[in-house]
Ligand binder design. Structure first.
Ligand SMILES: [Zn+2]
Length: 151
């Protein structure tokens, strides 16, 4: 089997910046994004390696570098999950916080820790107050960081 590695076109640095905010106090940060068919895109950021491994529906898709470029592994566009995976990746490119919100509306769980969201303020952003605090992300009235200001 040939394994080719191709670039996914686009700059994921806002997504990487969000993961890095959480990595202040831990080694591994995971984010889950659900599609309308309830399949999961998992981002697993490892602080010591400065890379984020990307899985979709349990299949390894590729990796994000710390600079926000993405290398796809060589499953090719014939892989049945690819279109759906690509949709979520494109959402992350446009706006990772919006992607978190969309995912929470589908799954009802926090995109960072997987706990069920019950509070309307949590549902409206896609993560709970503790994760918001850990990642220094907006929650409720608290809006400390504009991700775009990081670049
Ligand atoms: Zn959480």
């Amino acid at each position: 089997m040939s394994s080719r590695v191709i670039d996914f076109d686009g700059d994921f640095s806002p997504t990487v910046a969000m993961l890095q905010l959480f990595a202040e106090n831990r080694q591994v940060v995971r984010m889950h994004f659900f599609t309308p068919s309830k399949k999961k895109l998992l981002l697993s950021y490892k602080k010591e390696k400065h890379t984020t491994l990307v899985y979709f529906d349990g299949v390894y898709v590729g990796r994000l570098s710390s600079s926000g470029t993405m290398k796809l592994s060589g499953f090719g566009e014939s892989w049945p999950g690819w279109d759906e995976a690509k949709d979520v990746l494109n959402q992350l490119l446009l706006d990772p916080l919006q992607a978190a919100k969309t995912s929470a509306a589908i799954s009802g769980i926090c995109c960072f820790c997987g706990i069920e969201l019950t509070d309307e303020r949590s549902k409206s952003v896609g993560y709970g107050p503790r994760c918001a605090e850990n990642g220094n992300l907006p929650w409720g009235e608290f809006k400390p960081i504009n991700l775009e200001d990081l670049f």
